[in-house]
Ligand binder design. Structure first.
Ligand SMILES: [Zn+2]
Length: 238
Protein backbone atom coordinates (compact mmCIF):
# COMPACT_ATOMS: atom_id res chain seq x y z
CA UNK A 1 0.00 0.00 0.00
CA UNK A 2 1.38 3.35 -1.00
CA UNK A 3 0.41 6.26 1.21
CA UNK A 4 0.94 9.86 0.18
CA UNK A 5 1.00 12.56 2.83
CA UNK A 6 -0.24 15.40 0.64
CA UNK A 7 -0.38 17.86 3.52
CA UNK A 8 0.68 17.78 7.15
CA UNK A 9 -0.15 21.17 8.65
CA UNK A 10 -2.91 22.06 11.07
CA UNK A 11 -5.86 24.21 9.98
CA UNK A 12 -4.62 27.32 8.21
CA UNK A 13 -1.47 25.67 6.84
CA UNK A 14 2.06 26.97 7.30
CA UNK A 15 2.75 29.81 7.11
CA UNK A 16 -0.74 30.70 8.23
CA UNK A 17 -2.34 33.59 6.39
CA UNK A 18 -2.99 35.68 9.52
CA UNK A 19 0.06 34.70 11.55
CA UNK A 20 3.18 36.79 12.05
CA UNK A 21 4.85 34.54 14.60
CA UNK A 22 8.59 34.10 14.29
CA UNK A 23 8.29 30.88 12.27
CA UNK A 24 5.66 32.15 9.82
CA UNK A 25 7.46 35.48 9.40
CA UNK A 26 10.87 33.92 8.79
CA UNK A 27 9.37 31.33 6.44
CA UNK A 28 7.90 34.07 4.27
CA UNK A 29 11.26 35.82 4.21
CA UNK A 30 13.10 32.61 3.31
CA UNK A 31 15.09 32.75 6.55
CA UNK A 32 13.69 29.56 8.13
CA UNK A 33 15.13 26.12 7.47
CA UNK A 34 11.71 24.64 6.97
CA UNK A 35 9.13 23.99 4.31
CA UNK A 36 5.74 25.55 3.79
CA UNK A 37 3.03 22.98 4.48
CA UNK A 38 -0.50 22.56 3.24
CA UNK A 39 -3.29 21.34 5.48
CA UNK A 40 -3.46 17.69 6.57
CA UNK A 41 -4.40 15.36 3.74
CA UNK A 42 -3.69 11.69 3.07
CA UNK A 43 -4.14 9.46 0.02
CA UNK A 44 -3.83 5.64 -0.07
CA UNK A 45 -3.59 3.62 -3.25
CA UNK A 46 -6.16 0.91 -3.94
CA UNK A 47 -4.26 -0.43 -6.95
CA UNK A 48 -1.99 1.04 -9.60
CA UNK A 49 -4.59 3.49 -10.87
CA UNK A 50 -6.99 4.28 -8.06
CA UNK A 51 -6.59 6.25 -4.84
CA UNK A 52 -8.65 6.73 -1.71
CA UNK A 53 -8.47 10.12 -0.01
CA UNK A 54 -8.67 10.40 3.76
CA UNK A 55 -10.65 13.62 4.24
CA UNK A 56 -10.79 16.47 1.74
CA UNK A 57 -8.71 19.44 2.85
CA UNK A 58 -9.25 23.07 1.82
CA UNK A 59 -5.91 22.79 -0.05
CA UNK A 60 -6.99 19.75 -2.06
CA UNK A 61 -6.81 21.27 -5.55
CA UNK A 62 -3.18 22.33 -5.10
CA UNK A 63 -2.37 19.00 -3.42
CA UNK A 64 -3.77 17.05 -6.38
CA UNK A 65 -1.83 19.16 -8.86
CA UNK A 66 1.38 18.63 -6.86
CA UNK A 67 1.02 14.83 -6.93
CA UNK A 68 1.29 13.19 -10.41
CA UNK A 69 -0.37 9.95 -9.18
CA UNK A 70 -3.60 11.92 -8.74
CA UNK A 71 -3.57 13.66 -12.11
CA UNK A 72 -6.30 13.14 -14.67
CA UNK A 73 -5.03 10.94 -17.51
CA UNK A 74 -5.94 11.33 -21.17
CA UNK A 75 -7.36 8.59 -23.37
CA UNK A 76 -9.00 6.44 -20.69
CA UNK A 77 -12.60 7.13 -21.71
CA UNK A 78 -14.70 8.88 -24.34
CA UNK A 79 -14.33 12.29 -22.76
CA UNK A 80 -11.37 14.25 -21.44
CA UNK A 81 -12.67 13.87 -17.87
CA UNK A 82 -10.98 11.30 -15.66
CA UNK A 83 -9.69 11.07 -12.10
CA UNK A 84 -7.73 8.38 -10.24
CA UNK A 85 -9.58 9.44 -7.06
CA UNK A 86 -11.97 6.58 -6.40
CA UNK A 87 -13.36 7.82 -3.11
CA UNK A 88 -13.04 9.89 0.03
CA UNK A 89 -13.37 8.73 3.64
CA UNK A 90 -14.40 11.46 6.06
CA UNK A 91 -13.31 11.26 9.70
CA UNK A 92 -15.62 14.08 10.82
CA UNK A 93 -17.69 16.96 9.45
CA UNK A 94 -15.04 19.56 10.38
CA UNK A 95 -14.36 22.15 7.68
CA UNK A 96 -10.65 21.30 7.55
CA UNK A 97 -11.52 17.81 6.31
CA UNK A 98 -14.60 18.46 4.18
CA UNK A 99 -14.22 21.79 2.34
CA UNK A 100 -12.21 19.98 -0.35
CA UNK A 101 -15.32 17.99 -1.35
CA UNK A 102 -16.62 21.18 -2.93
CA UNK A 103 -13.50 21.25 -5.13
CA UNK A 104 -14.38 17.75 -6.41
CA UNK A 105 -17.85 18.74 -7.59
CA UNK A 106 -17.12 18.94 -11.33
CA UNK A 107 -19.44 16.13 -12.35
CA UNK A 108 -17.02 13.28 -11.63
CA UNK A 109 -18.57 10.22 -9.97
CA UNK A 110 -17.37 10.28 -6.38
CA UNK A 111 -17.86 7.79 -3.57
CA UNK A 112 -17.95 9.36 -0.11
CA UNK A 113 -17.66 7.20 3.02
CA UNK A 114 -18.87 8.84 6.23
CA UNK A 115 -20.87 8.08 9.33
CA UNK A 116 -24.61 8.61 9.03
CA UNK A 117 -24.39 11.66 11.29
CA UNK A 118 -21.66 13.30 9.21
CA UNK A 119 -23.65 12.64 6.04
CA UNK A 120 -26.76 14.16 7.62
CA UNK A 121 -24.84 17.31 8.57
CA UNK A 122 -23.29 17.76 5.14
CA UNK A 123 -26.21 16.83 2.93
CA UNK A 124 -29.15 17.82 5.11
CA UNK A 125 -28.59 21.19 6.67
CA UNK A 126 -25.63 22.43 4.66
CA UNK A 127 -26.92 23.67 1.32
CA UNK A 128 -23.48 24.21 -0.26
CA UNK A 129 -22.83 20.49 -0.39
CA UNK A 130 -25.89 20.05 -2.60
CA UNK A 131 -23.48 21.05 -5.38
CA UNK A 132 -22.29 17.44 -5.17
CA UNK A 133 -25.73 16.28 -6.30
CA UNK A 134 -26.49 18.33 -9.38
CA UNK A 135 -26.94 15.21 -11.48
CA UNK A 136 -27.69 11.54 -10.82
CA UNK A 137 -24.64 9.46 -9.99
CA UNK A 138 -22.41 12.45 -9.23
CA UNK A 139 -21.78 11.66 -5.56
CA UNK A 140 -22.64 8.40 -3.85
CA UNK A 141 -22.63 8.37 -0.04
CA UNK A 142 -21.86 5.20 1.90
CA UNK A 143 -22.81 5.11 5.58
CA UNK A 144 -20.03 3.69 7.73
CA UNK A 145 -20.44 2.46 11.28
CA UNK A 146 -17.77 2.76 14.00
CA UNK A 147 -16.49 -0.73 14.81
CA UNK A 148 -17.60 -2.22 11.49
CA UNK A 149 -15.02 -2.60 8.74
CA UNK A 150 -15.72 -1.92 5.08
CA UNK A 151 -13.74 -2.57 1.91
CA UNK A 152 -12.90 -0.07 -0.80
CA UNK A 153 -11.63 -1.55 -4.04
CA UNK A 154 -10.15 0.09 -7.08
CA UNK A 155 -11.43 -1.49 -10.22
CA UNK A 156 -12.98 -4.95 -10.35
CA UNK A 157 -11.01 -7.49 -8.38
CA UNK A 158 -8.00 -5.34 -7.62
CA UNK A 159 -6.87 -5.56 -4.04
CA UNK A 160 -7.98 -2.32 -2.39
CA UNK A 161 -8.12 -1.64 1.34
CA UNK A 162 -10.16 -2.63 4.38
CA UNK A 163 -11.08 0.33 6.60
CA UNK A 164 -12.07 0.03 10.24
CA UNK A 165 -13.64 3.21 11.69
CA UNK A 166 -12.94 3.65 15.41
CA UNK A 167 -14.95 6.12 17.51
CA UNK A 168 -13.00 8.95 19.14
CA UNK A 169 -14.00 11.41 21.83
CA UNK A 170 -15.03 14.60 20.18
CA UNK A 171 -18.12 16.57 19.34
CA UNK A 172 -19.72 17.83 16.17
CA UNK A 173 -18.39 21.03 14.60
CA UNK A 174 -19.50 24.36 16.04
CA UNK A 175 -21.30 25.30 12.84
CA UNK A 176 -23.81 22.46 13.36
CA UNK A 177 -27.17 23.61 14.69
CA UNK A 178 -27.46 22.61 18.37
CA UNK A 179 -30.80 20.92 17.89
CA UNK A 180 -29.42 18.81 15.05
CA UNK A 181 -26.23 17.97 16.98
CA UNK A 182 -28.31 16.77 19.95
CA UNK A 183 -30.25 14.42 17.68
CA UNK A 184 -27.17 12.76 16.20
CA UNK A 185 -25.20 9.77 17.52
CA UNK A 186 -22.31 11.10 19.63
CA UNK A 187 -20.01 8.23 18.67
CA UNK A 188 -20.30 9.22 15.02
CA UNK A 189 -18.85 12.73 15.37
CA UNK A 190 -15.14 11.91 15.02
CA UNK A 191 -13.53 8.64 14.02
CA UNK A 192 -10.05 7.29 13.63
CA UNK A 193 -9.42 5.02 10.69
CA UNK A 194 -7.42 1.82 10.56
CA UNK A 195 -6.59 1.13 6.92
CA UNK A 196 -5.37 -2.34 5.98
CA UNK A 197 -3.99 -3.30 2.59
CA UNK A 198 -5.93 -6.27 1.21
CA UNK A 199 -2.84 -7.12 -0.83
CA UNK A 200 -0.36 -7.61 2.01
CA UNK A 201 -2.10 -6.93 5.33
CA UNK A 202 0.01 -3.86 6.13
CA UNK A 203 -1.83 -1.37 8.30
CA UNK A 204 -1.95 2.35 8.80
CA UNK A 205 -3.77 4.15 11.58
CA UNK A 206 -5.06 7.66 10.94
CA UNK A 207 -6.18 9.25 14.18
CA UNK A 208 -7.21 12.90 14.18
CA UNK A 209 -7.57 14.44 17.64
CA UNK A 210 -6.28 11.38 19.47
CA UNK A 211 -4.00 11.73 22.45
CA UNK A 212 -3.16 8.01 22.63
CA UNK A 213 -3.51 6.58 19.12
CA UNK A 214 -1.69 3.34 19.96
CA UNK A 215 -4.55 2.29 22.27
CA UNK A 216 -6.91 2.34 19.30
CA UNK A 217 -5.23 -0.39 17.32
CA UNK A 218 -7.51 -3.39 16.87
CA UNK A 219 -4.87 -6.09 16.59
CA UNK A 220 -1.12 -5.74 16.43
CA UNK A 221 0.77 -2.56 15.89
CA UNK A 222 0.28 -0.86 12.53
CA UNK A 223 3.32 -0.10 10.45
CA UNK A 224 2.43 3.56 10.32
CA UNK A 225 0.51 5.86 12.60
CA UNK A 226 -0.66 9.33 11.64
CA UNK A 227 -2.18 11.38 14.38
CA UNK A 228 -2.73 14.91 15.48
CA UNK A 229 -3.54 16.33 18.86
CA UNK A 230 -3.92 19.71 20.45
CA UNK A 231 -0.60 19.30 22.20
CA UNK A 232 1.16 18.99 18.85
CA UNK A 233 1.35 21.47 16.04
CA UNK A 234 0.03 19.52 13.10
CA UNK A 235 0.05 15.95 11.99
CA UNK A 236 2.87 13.68 13.06
CA UNK A 237 4.11 10.38 11.72
CA UNK A 238 6.09 7.61 13.34
ZN1 LIG B 1 2.76 31.37 12.75
Amino acid sequence: MRVKVLGSAAGGGFPQWNCACSNCHRQRQGRLRGRSRTQAQLACDLDQDHWLLVNASPDLRAQIEAEPCLHSRPGLNQTSRHTPIAGVVLTSAELDGTIGLLLLREYAPLHIYATRSVRQILTGSNSMFRMLHREAGQATWHDIVPGESFDVRGDGDHAGVRCLPLPLDGGFPEYVDRELAASLAAGEAVIALEIESLANGRKLLFAPSAAMPMKLCSAGFPATICFSGTAHSGLMMS
